[in-house]
Design a protein around this ligand. Structure first.
Ligand SMILES: [Zn+2]
Length: 124
């Protein structure tokens, strides 16, 4: 378990009727859109996932009274998950920055096009 790779936050969603074992720490809930019975690892608590049946986005419920003590996680593993989350956040921030830079480029290009069009109109 401690060998799991958390570079990508990837919590597999499972279907309750595929014969897979359900662990005590799994979260079992029904899709609010299609009613499909879904099973997801506790690490998916509070995440937004796509229903495996209807594809709608579903917010995984956080079980009442869920305590970290109930989970077979050691502090190192929790830290690894925290860092993975932060890494993904940073990646998203970088992506936003590059998109913003691209948007500025496009706006500048659009401004040039508008100037050319305006010049063309005034000359004709
Ligand atoms: Zn569904």
């Amino acid at each position: 378990m401690s060998n799991e790779e958390f570079d990508e936050v990837d919590v597999p969603i499972r279907e309750n009727d595929d014969g897979a074992e359900i662990r005590d720490t799994d979260i079992v809930f029904d899709c609010p859109h299609c009613g499909k019975n879904l099973v997801i690892d506790y690490r998916g608590a509070g995440l937004e996932i796509n229903c495996s049946e209807c594809g709608e986005s579903v917010l995984v419920p956080i079980p009442d009274g869920m305590e970290l003590n109930d989970l077979d996680l050691d502090p190192g593993e929790i830290l690894k998950q925290l860092f993975a989350t932060r890494r993904n956040y940073q990646k998203a921030e970088l992506k936003i920055q590059s998109l913003k830079a691209r948007l500025v480029q496009l706006q500048e290009a659009l401004g040039v096009v508008q100037e050319v069009v305006a010049e063309g109109l005034s000359q004709s």
